[in-house]
Write a protein that binds this ligand. Structure first.
Ligand code: SAM
Length: 263
């Protein structure tokens, strides 16, 4: 269900306490890129790159959690100067199979706290990745870090799913969101901590099951807007997708553009 679901948790432990560079390890990094399909499908990627290129203009862009450059590489090919911050060296190694440091420089670090040189017209954080920060404080710090990297009037764009708590009946803690031959996707909720663990159970031909899990702190759009205000932003526009479809009560995801207020 979420974008960032390819992490493995082979130890059978919860992912909550795993260092992120172990979660996003080299095996995950090598399997991440699926050129032309999935999240790399041009019909998904092109509108995102179009919108981000428009917002960055000549001012450059910084991607938080740049990963293997799924978005950054095509954005750079449009002529936008792109830099990144990324926690996982394995994901950066995969990026380096495509572009070098002079083309897309990347700082290794936590997007809530790490500094990249320079100031930008745009900071963006896509594919649900703010939910990888597991506390409200870290998520607020992420907004503040975006603000520190922006020129006056710069934009911070976030792509995030809308929490699906309406699918969770009272007293129940788990929801099966996909079930098909060979695969079951199951989410378990801790509504007090505002966390969801996605479990991906894959069955092979020998009837063996493999479990992959990822933990997320889900955030409501209104909570995100308040975090933005704490960091000096105002919501400029929220749409349901990168093409600008209206955001409605039934939208499952959103692209929110925040503008740094004049100080
Ligand atoms: C779903 S991938 C998204 C990668 C890329 N943005 C994309 O759209 O394909 C999530 C990425 O976030 C990175 N990540 C997770 N938590 C992070 C943090 N606190 N700081 C920096 N990177 C982080 C992971 O290492 C991983 O590369």
């Amino acid at each position: 269900m979420f974008g960032s679901l390819r992490q493995r948790d082979d130890e059978g432990n919860g992912t909550m306490n795993m260092p992120k560079d172990e979660v996003w390890d080299s095996e995950t990094a090598k399997a991440y890129d699926t050129p032309g399909t999935g999240m790399f499908a041009p019909e998904l990627l092109r509108p995102a790159v179009d919108r981000l290129a428009e917002l960055a203009g000549e001012g450059g862009a910084l991607e938080f959690a740049i990963g293997t450059g799924r978005v950054a590489v095509p954005l750079s090919e449009r002529g936008v100067a792109v830099a990144g911050i990324e926690m996982s060296t394995a994901m950066i190694d995969q990026l380096r199979t495509k572009v070098d440091e002079s083309r897309i420089p990347v700082v290794v670090g936590d997007m809530a706290t790490a500094s990249a040189p320079g100031r930008y017209a745009l900071v963006y954080l896509v594919y649900n990745t703010i939910s990888n920060l597991l506390t409200q404080d870290e998520q607020v710090e992420c907004f503040r870090n975006a603000a520190r990297h922006l020129n006056p009037g710069g934009r911070f764009v976030i792509e995030l799913w809308v929490p699906e708590l309406r699918r969770l009946p009272p007293t129940q803690e788990a929801v099966v969101w996909q079930s098909e031959p060979g695969y079951i996707g199951l989410d378990t909720y801790d509504v007090v901590r505002q966390c969801v663990v996605s479990h991906h159970i894959t069955f092979d031909d020998d009837r063996r099951a493999t479990l992959a899990r990822s933990t997320h702190r889900y955030v409501w759009p209104a909570e995100l807007d308040l975090m933005a205000r704490l960091a000096g932003f105002e919501l400029e526009i929220r749409s349901a997708d990168w093409r600008g479809a209206p955001f409605t009560a039934d939208s499952r995801s959103h692209v929110s553009t925040y503008r740094l207020c004049d100080r």
